[in-house]
Design a protein around this ligand. Sequence first.
Ligand SMILES: Cc1cc2nc3c(=O)[nH]c(=O)nc-3n(C[C@H](O)[C@H](O)[C@H](O)COP(=O)(O)OP(=O)(O)OC[C@H]3O[C@@H](n4cnc5c(N)ncnc54)[C@H](O)[C@@H]3O)c2cc1C
Length: 460
Amino acid sequence: MTLSRQRIAIIGGGPGGYEAALVAAQLGAEVTVVDSDGLGGACVLTDCVPSKSLIETSNAMTLLNRAGGLGIATGGLATVNAARLYQRITDLARAQSRDITARVAGEGVTVITGHGRLAGPGTVRVGEAQIKADAILIATGALPRVLPGAEPDGERILTWRQLYDLTELPRDLIVVGSGVTGAEFASAYQALGSRVTLVSSRDRVLPQEDEDAASHIEEVFRRGGMTVLGRSRAASVRRDHDGVVVTLDDGRSLTGSHCLLTVGMIPRTEGCGLDEAGVKVDASGFIEVDRVSRTSVPGVYAAGDCTGVLMLASVAAMQGRIAMWHALGEAVAPLRLGHVAATIFTDPEIATVGVTQRAVTAGEVSARVLKLPLATNPRAKMAGVTDGFVKLLASPGTGVVLGGVVVAPRASELILAVSIAVEQRLTVEQLAHTFAVYPSLSGSVTEAARKLMEFTPDAP
Ligand SMILES: Cc1cc2nc3c(=O)[nH]c(=O)nc-3n(C[C@H](O)[C@H](O)[C@H](O)COP(=O)(O)OP(=O)(O)OC[C@H]3O[C@@H](n4cnc5c(N)ncnc54)[C@H](O)[C@@H]3O)c2cc1C
């Protein structure tokens, strides 16, 4: 007797959707992905990939403009060819989307272009077509939040998804919102040569992040000439001839050539039939899921930004895979968010993993904390790097590494050592006894571990 193949329907082809499709196909299911805008999703086409490509160029500019200090004569400040830069970014994003499409097709997944919606038990509708499925995954992502009175026009008042249609570099950019997205773009455009004003409604930039890292990056921003306005809430943004006027709620107004709005995301679930299907959402409209990605409706799963759970591509992909392992009867470990490594791609980058200092200060976790400035690292000196630090948090009794923060160029790469230590419950002693290359920035990770050993009672 041949068992019939399980049928999986996935609405949305971003990391939450396409990574799930690959797992389900690998497990022998008959998989259909419905996507409206292109595989790879907003992650590849408008958000993560384009922004990180822009930041690669801004990093190159920083290096070029520091070249004098390294003994290179460049003949003045480097400048950006904005049209070529944006073309490179959009070409790269489209190419990546094509690669994903080819990979998914190669695994035998059917892809339908269109708007998908739930249409009765085990059914997804796309236009007139109906797809029958044993399990459905919703992975429709999220959209930039728009403030009333500050509606984007795509020319001067922009969401980050509209930046790549510009033909010039903003001369005077006002960034509203100082969370991760705002800080990354403010940092990148400053390096590219724009004059940048960052409007933050809180006391400091990156209010959710490690306080030392956030204050450090704010100081770097200011030193580089950025105007950072704390405790300043934008009340409205309007066009004024060839520029913009941002009015703050205390009555002050700022003028600039462009305004970039980075004030959060809303779930992209309109027209998906959630209400009719009985899929529960939270007060902000994000789909409620448990740790194996189940929604309130049996057989319907959700993954990624539409769930509002840590909005990262890596988390979206993991939620999608977990959903498929669960739906297809595989052994599955529930999602664990405590060990997610994340990076803010400012210059320098801020990478974090595990227990935070905030949790330690709040008395939720007991940990010893050690912060080592990068300025003493020999490789940093050779590269002319003076900003940054490595911070490790370890259990006072056992010396087990609980978390860490790295602020450094390419901190996104350096955090892996700390991430492995946290995941594998390594002690500071084990980390300290690990060889690091001399000279290397990663040497600061092992040195921080060595310094923490001095405080660990169990260490020999
Ligand atoms: C500026 C920026 C930079 C970022 N950088 C990083 C980073 O460096 N690292 C990181 O890990 N994360 C980053 N993120 C977050 C990351 O982009 C998201 O977490 C990720 O895109 C979420 O994936 P997803 O699959 O949930 O949704 P998406 O990537 O948004 O994909 C959803 C897909 O569903 C489609 N869709 C929507 N509705 C329907 C429908 N009804 N029918 C059919 N198709 C539909 C959309 O067209 C889209 O293709 C960044 C985000 C932003 C805004």
